[in-house]
Design a protein around this ligand. Structure first.
Ligand code: CMP
Length: 137
């Protein structure tokens, strides 16, 4: 068993797709360890995406992620990082496979409905960024 960090992004929350995405999470065998709705501050979004600072889409990404509330999740299952990326589908919904979160719910590469950690190492960093240790037991 290992863990990954997921975000249901502002576009998906605003469109009423929290339930659809949580259903996909559960149907795919993830245990939800922690889950919280939160309206990110600019500082929180900038810190979370610091690795992308300087890229052309960084400012747009920070504005988007702070426009309205998100849902933050800690997910657990075997091979959690790779499996959640598979369930989300490709970053660009135009390339996402049928039945994936992004094919079903995303509208563009920027407004792409969900986030998932890209490695076990980053999952640990991202989980610790948003959840206290006591929430992850
Ligand atoms: P995410 O998995 O949250 O991690 C970084 C995000 O940057 C990514 O999802 C996309 O939403 C966003 N992103 C990546 N490339 C682009 C791009 N070319 N234009 C706009 N947003 C992008």
């Amino acid at each position: 068993m290992n863990r990954t960090f997921a975000i249901i992004k502002p576009d998906a929350v605003a469109a009423g797709n929290i339930g659809g995405i949580v259903n996909l999470i559960e149907k795919n065998g993830f245990k939800i360890i922690a889950m919280r709705m939160q309206h990110l501050t600019r500082k929180e979004a900038e810190g979370f995406y610091a690795v992308h600072k300087g890229k052309g889409f960084y400012d747009e990404l920070v504005v988007f992620m702070t426009e309205s509330p998100v849902v933050l999740l800690a997910l657990e299952r075997e091979d959690a990082v790779a499996k959640w990326r598979e369930v989300m589908g490709a970053t660009n919904p135009a390339n996402a496979a049928a039945g994936t979160v992004r094919k079903l719910y995303a509208s563009s590469i920027g407004r792409n409905a969900a986030h998932g950690s890209d490695s076990d190492e980053n999952a640990a960093i991202e989980l610790a960024y948003f959840f206290r240790t006591s929430e992850l037991n």
